[in-house]
Design a protein around this ligand. Structure first.
Ligand code: ADP
Length: 165
């Protein structure tokens, strides 16, 4: 049975932590669909198309090495609706700390109520990336700091361009 997993997030911007979750995902599924969330109420730092392009570029080599099928698309609305649309049975989320656990447990319970056939799977962050958050990366980049310890080189370049304007 081919397993399809969905990995939803804002990825604003993609970080080394996100790439690590993709690495774990490649061991768990045959087809990975990364969903880049477009929230009408939030103004992102990077446009959805940019985030999709960066996530695709970062995830492609990982998926290629693992021999799994990869799709990266943007979505709006409910994660469970997106997962249903792409035929996913697994919903992947990363866990960094107790705050993530509280938030993610609430979300997993709610999603289980909305879509009983969709199984949430938590991926623990590694010691090397568990301190990384897209919010902090955005703040550092906005203040002209060096984000290269936290994000892949392509993302660091994109952020430099974004704030050079
Ligand atoms: P969202 O707005 O959906 O929380 P994010 O882009 O912030 O989107 O995160 C997407 C997913 O990646 C979440 O499950 C989050 O817990 C996980 N994640 C973010 N940073 C890390 C990290 N450093 N290590 C592991 N997982 C992470």
């Amino acid at each position: 049975m081919a397993r399809t997993a969905v990995y939803p997030g804002s990825f604003d911007p993609p970080t080394n932590g996100h790439v690590e979750v993709v690495r774990a995902a490649a061991r768990l599924c045959d087809r990975l669909v990364i969903g880049v969330g477009v929230h009408a109420a939030k103004t992102p730092l990077l446009a959805a198309d940019d985030r999709v392009a960066l996530m695709r570029e970062l995830a492609e080599p990982v998926a290629g090495d693992a021999g799994i099928h990869l799709e990266v698309r943007s979505f709006d609305g409910l994660v469970v609706a997106f997962a249903g649309m792409v035929g996913a049975g697994l919903l992947l989320r990363g866990l960094r700390d107790g705050t993530d656990l509280d938030d993610e447990m609430r979300m997993a319970g709610t999603n289980a109520g909305l879509a009983p056939g969709l199984q949430t799977v938590f991926v623990p962050a590694s010691p090397a990336t568990r301190h990384i958050s897209a919010t902090l990366v955005r703040q550092i980049a906005a203040m002209g700091g060096d984000v290269s310890p936290f994000v892949p080189a392509s993302v660091a370049r994109r952020l430099r361009d974004r704030f050079a304007r």
